[in-house]
Write a protein that binds this ligand. Sequence first.
Ligand code: ZN
Length: 401
Amino acid sequence: MKADLVVRDITELHTMDAGEGPTGRLTDAAVAFSGSEVVYVGPTAGAPSAARTLDGTGCIGLPGLVDCHTHALFAGSRADEFERRLAGVPYSEILEAGGGILSTVAATRAADDDTLHSSLHARLTGFLANGVTTVEVKTGYALSTEHERRCLDILGGDWPTRVVRTFLGAHTVPAEWRPDRAGYVAHLVEEMLPAVAEHADCIDVYCDRGAFTLADARRILEAGIALGLTGRIHAEQVEHTGSAALAAQLGCASADHLERLDAAGIAALGKSDTVGVLLPGARLYLKDPAPPARALIEAGARLAVATDFNPGSSPVRDLLSCATLACIEMGLTVDEALLGITRHAGLALARPRLGWLGSGSVADLALFRPPPGEPASAAVLVQYMGGHRAEAVVRDGALVV
Ligand SMILES: [Zn+2]
């Protein structure tokens, strides 16, 4: 067997599959790629020869990281809003004056394609440099058939990372529909969704106070799922709505946020394949209570961790820092946090080939050097918050960083 690329002598590799412990830990390990396939994972001594080799001595290897929840396609800035909120102005007052998410909608609609394209490209280049090879990006700052379709067309291009496209027409009720939420939901289901579904991978609904009701969410998700989209939901963030249990009932791939999840919601997610997605950046910025992560794990639920990167409630681009926060503020172990930004994040996107390394996985690998003076252990990547640039990144079998 001859491979195209072998990364050898990786001091500590976590395959998230075969190996020691829940993260599949191997030492002095190699990963070999042929084309866009993984053809070997195991001791360096047994690795095939290759046209190109990379030395992983002193490094920590992880599958390409997966950020399963972002709102990375937007224009405009909300730095002024950040300062106003620090000064005590409530978000509801900012929203009523046309600020908050509505200002991002206005700026995104007004931006030309080049502006949207170049800002997204720069953001995704930053994610890749941090070892993230797959980024889920939601629409939802356009909120009309024409503009949502434009955003999905942009997301369908070639990007530094793999992009999973989520249609979030039900993010908020746009200004022109504000008095008529029910009318907007009917418009979304009957006109927008059929026009955009073939250009998206997932459908998401923001089910919460001030956004969409549980009945709206059911109607929109059922319509999207019937058109072949993977269901996701923003659930139980501001207020308890029963939306996590709805996600489990409809077979959604994920229920995200969960700060106000109740015992029935915990039990429903525990019994289902719906992944609970923790968003510690939003929790931090909004000063929300922590979601019941330990109770979810004990009930049998699988948890992912994501940035929720957006210009308002979570201007956070660093997925490994979110793993750190999920440990400190939500009680995850290091292994659980690592699973949350790899394999479980893939499952939250209904992409079971993402976030692990082995026969049948995607061919993505991120190599990190530990902070100075520290051992090559994945635990230090989570212990030290921020500043971890990947030493090398392989995506689809090709060395891209
Ligand atoms: Zn979100």
